[in-house]
Design a protein around this ligand. Structure first.
Ligand code: B12
Length: 211
């Protein structure tokens, strides 16, 4: 059923995709696997967009489908989570010029159910807003999300501004987003790159001493 879900999303069969996702969950499928199928389909959609087969409307429809599937899955993942003392505080946001929020939202949600206090600044977040939040929240970790090529430089500028504000040594910074990787993290001046929400949680735990 997972392959059917991937192709229903990738082929823009919205109604069928949501029905399949619900059926998978009803059949006891791991909610994380349903979310992973959605992400796999997004890669296909992105490739078709790049090849000129899809245009902006398809990106929007695909984004809406993933959001709807995320809304189905989240209560189930939440129910599996254990409630204990917060492991630490995290300021998270998509950098200036970039409005992709689905990946960031999954990261924020997974950190939240892993007992981190998440301060999500939203999308298109300028450096000043990150600095203000770091001063107010005093987080151990800052997460920068970005899906566009322009995000490389925006992330670099953001970290430079955090440094200039004298706050760089007080936070660990992780980055993520479809086009990011380890070498981008190095260029940007981040402490680490995380390929997905599981990696984000692992990094945050490793920096806050959480198990
Ligand atoms: C859906 C989508 C959109 C939707 C976004 C909806 C939304 N609410 O987010 C809309 C329609 C708005 C959109 C707009 C645009 N998009 Co778009 N979009 C996509 C698409 C298909 C999927 C992205 C997505 O949401 N994936 C789902 C998430 C859940 O998947 P994920 O990446 O696996 O998420 C994980 C990791 O990224 C990681 N992660 C994410 N953030 C963070 C943060 C941290 C700290 C860590 C550790 C990890 C982490 O964890 C996530 C969860 O596991 C991608 C293609 C792709 N391959 O990504 C193109 C893509 C990103 N878009 C692209 C483009 C070009 C655009 C537009 C410029 C198009 C246009 N002509 O207007 C605009 C840009 C608008 C702007 N200023 O931001 C290009 C970017 C190319 C580039 N190198 O710059 C892509 C790559 C498509 C392509 N192949 O060409 N887009």
């Amino acid at each position: 059923m997972k392959e059917q879900l991937v192709s229903a999303i990738a082929d823009m069969r919205e109604e069928e995709a949501l029905q399949l996702a619900q059926q998978m969950l009803d059949a006891g499928e791991d909610p994380q696997a349903v979310l992973d199928a959605g992400k796999e389909a997004m890669t296909v959609v992105g490739d078709r967009y790049e090849d000129g087969e899809y245009f902006l409307p398809e990106l929007i429809i695909a984004g809406d489908m993933l959001k709807a599937i995320g809304d189905m899955v989240k209560p189930m993942l939440q129910a599996q989570a254990s409630q204990t003392e917060p492991l630490g505080k995290i300021v998270l946001g998509t950098v200036a010029g970039d409005i992709h929020d689905l990946g960031k939202d999954v990261v924020g949600f997974m950190l939240d159910i892993s007992n981190f206090e998440v301060h999500d600044l939203g999308v298109d977040v300028p450096p000043e807003k990150f600095i203000q939040a770091i001063q107010e929240v005093n987080p151990e970790v800052v997460g920068l999300s970005g899906f566009l090529t322009l995000a490389f430089d925006q992330m670099r500028v953001t970290i430079e501004a955090i440094k200039e504000a004298g706050l760089r040594d007080s936070v660990k910074i992780m980055i993520g987003g479809a086009i990011m990787d380890d070498s981008a993290a190095q260029y940007i001046g981040a402490d680490a790159y995380g390929p997905d929400a599981t990696a984000a949680v692992k990094l945050a735990k490793s920096w806050t001493g959480g198990k």
